[in-house]
Write a protein that binds this ligand. Structure first.
Ligand code: ADP
Length: 618
């Protein structure tokens, strides 16, 4: 078969450009990435061979071999793992398979490209080879197949692929090193790098030079060692290895469970937000091992989706080695382990929340939105999760727990007030908050889409009901306004009623009702949802996701103390008011819609009315 030339997927080219320019100071990690891939490939074959022993073909000594060649200035990294077929080489080495990664790379801005931490989040993996090489050659033969293939690229947009012969199963990667990167043929340099980053890799990493073989790493699973024998640096490197991450873990949890079931967990909570946190699959990435043998990184039964930011390994002593994916699905042992692991992770997080609120705030900013999914999904741990939840509020910039909010409630206040929207700054300016602010009532500001769901699912926190300030009648009479230096005389109720009647008549079906507001102090108007109607922000959210089509009718609230409304009240009783005030009625409604962040149903009509009213006033 002839040599075929192909182009990289556009995102790969972009990624390669970033890799070539931005990771300069961390170049040596290319070796860690390639060793990591090689060891994953061995793990995968080891697992397959449990049910298909023939695949091993008499070569069961899994290992990674590193061979430098000073004269040719090449470095070769070879494994006897599962290998890749032709299609797999094209797919794995020419495209970015995970849609999230591709989207992430696409969205990177100029400045972000220089941020090693950010790039590191998705693990540059195989492509890091191009940080030190002018050309990379990959020869691979898949276990059980007879043909081998060669993939070659200089990392500049294209690669070639052709058939070749190889008597060895697995993948051999040959790096043609840049002149400036000749150091990576020095045995001493290679020893140091492997020790630093890959000591914990559980199979031997062998250096081949001058006809000698030398194993460079400890070659035993890190989590099996006792805590006392593991340094913080070793934990960190292991985290980088399992999580394909560059950051510092926010928390490291290493435990041995010795109850009915025996298993070891070595789990990490990342110090920064992984880019794929909000992918619709909501998959976690914890790897399942059985007695040191890697089984799968896709045992979704191992952790609930709301803990998908956790990284690491779980190694069971009791599951059968030949456990199949199907067996994992409704496995009572696994669900028991899951229950215990969740409790353990949550209790460690809770400890940190109590002991170090500043550190906890960092965690919350990264993962709070994910953790909150558990409030409505995980009934068993709902109370714990509610205790862990933190909020921004109108009381200040600090994060606050629900208990703290309740402790600050006014004596007459019986509900936990909330307002939901897309961002804090806009929310803080919502007119619906005015009356609450005037009475010193704190309102929680909710900006995560998930808030709408768990709040309606939970309804109550320790006897206090959650209440949206944009829904229902604001029952604020019980609580006196703190600063009542407002000297606008109240309009007689009858006159206000005439204006309301006029507004209703004009606006007709466009609103559900018009009423005098208790929640406004400064603004003229606002929209609210009726007590039993869907919250306005939630409806917008659902509409964005094509989950709701209808437009619920809203209630227009007017503030009779506002100068504009007061003037309209005066005019409403006069003859011909219906004609003269028609434009005003619509302008009030459109104003309220704009404040709410809604788009106007008829912007042209709005503009026409506004111009005509302005013209008349000049
Ligand atoms: P990641 O490892 O994060 O998935 P990489 O770019 O490093 O991303 O690798 C892409 C894919 O190529 C891997 O997921 C794996 O399927 C395949 N691959 C890379 N190296 C090897 C190898 N040595 N043996 C077999 N497959 C490999």
């Amino acid at each position: 078969m002839a040599v075929e030339k192909r182009e990289f997927q556009a995102e790969v080219s972009r990624l390669l450009e970033i890799v070539a320019h931005s990771l300069y100071s961390e170049k040596e990690i290319f070796l860690r990435e390639l060793i990591s891939n090689a060891s994953d490939a061995c793990d995968r074959l080891r697992y397959l061979s449990l049910t298909e022993p023939g695949l091993i073909e008499g070569d069961a000594q899994f290992r990674v071999t590193i061979t430098p060649d000073k004269e040719k200035r090449t470095l070769t990294i070879a494994d006897n793992g599962i290998g890749m077929s032709r299609d797999e080489m094209i797919g794995n080495l020419g495209t970015i398979a995970r849609s999230g990664t591709a989207a992430f790379v696409k969205g990177l801005t100029g400045d972000q490209k220089k941020d090693v931490g950010l790039i590191g989040q998705f693990g540059v993996g195989f492509y890091s080879a191009f940080m030190v090489s002018s050309e990379v050659e990959v020869v691979s033969k898949k276990a059980g197949e007879t043909l081998a293939h060669r993939w070659v690229s200089d990392g500049k947009g294209e690669f070639t692929i052709d058939e070749t012969s190889s008597d060895k199963r697995g993948t051999t990667i040959t790096l043609h090193l840049n002149e400036a990167d000749a150091e990576y043929v020095e045995p001493e340099r290679l020893r140091t790098i492997v020790k630093k980053y890959s000591d914990h890799v559980a199979l031997p990493i062998v250096l081949e030079h001058d006809g000698k073989e030398e194993t460079l790493n400890a070659a035993s699973a890190l989590w099996v060692r006792s805590k006392a024998d593991i340094t913080p640096d070793q934990y960190k490197e292991f985290y980088h290895h399992v999580a394909h991450a560059f950051d510092e873990p926010w928390m490291t949890l290493h435990n041995k469970a010795e109850g009915t079931y025996e298993y070891t967990t070595l789990l990490f909570i990342p110090g920064s937000k992984p880019f794929d946190l909000f992918e619709p699959e909501r998959k976690h990435h914890v790897k399942l091992y059985v007695r040191r043998v890697f089984i799968t990184d896709d045992a979704q039964e191992l952790l609930p989706p709301y803990l998908r930011f956790v990284r690491g390994v779980v190694d069971s002593e009791d599951l059968p080695l030949n456990v199949s994916r199907e067996m994992l699905q409704h496995n009572p042992m696994l669900s028991r382990m899951r229950g215990q692991i969740v409790k353990r992770v949550l209790s460690e997080i809770a400890k940190k929340a109590k002991d170090d609120p500043a550190e906890y705030a960092k965690f919350w900013d990264n993962f709070g939105a994910v953790l909150k999914e558990g409030i409505y999904e995980d009934h068993d741990n709902r109370d714990t999760l509610l205790e862990l939840a933190r909020f921004r509020s109108t009381a200040g910039d600090a994060l606050s727990s629900l208990d703290e909010y309740v402790a600050r409630m006014k004596p007459e206040q019986d509900a936990i007030y909330t307002i939901a929207g897309d961002n804090l700054e806009t929310l803080k300016k919502s007119p619906q908050l005015e009356g609450f602010r005037a009475r010193g009532i704190e309102v929680l500001l909710l900006t995560d889409p998930v808030d709408e769901f768990w709040i309606s699912g939970v309804g109550v926190f320790k006897t206090k009901q959650f209440k949206s300030v944009t829904r229902g009648a604001a029952d604020l009479d019980k609580i006196a306004a703190e600063e009542k230096k407002d000297d606008t005389p109240e309009k007689p109720e009858g006159d206000v009623a005439s204006l309301i009647a006029l507004l209703k008549l004009t606006l007709g079906d466009a609103v559900k009702d018009v009423r005098s507001s208790k929640r406004l102090t400064d603004s003229a108007v606002c929209l609210v949802a009726d007590e039993n109607d869907i919250d306005m922000h939630l409806e917008r959210l659902l509409r964005q996701h094509q989950r709701a089509t209808g437009d619920s009718k809203r209630i227009l609230e007017i503030n009779p103390k506002h100068a504009l409304i007061a003037r309209l009240v005066d005019l409403a009783g006069k003859e011909g008011a219906l004609d003269t005030l028609g434009d005003f009625a619509w302008l009030l409604l459109d104003q309220a819609r704009l404040l709410e962040g809604e788009t106007l149903p008829d912007a042209a009509a709005f503009s026409k009315r506004l111009s005509s009213v302005l013209a008349r006033s000049l």
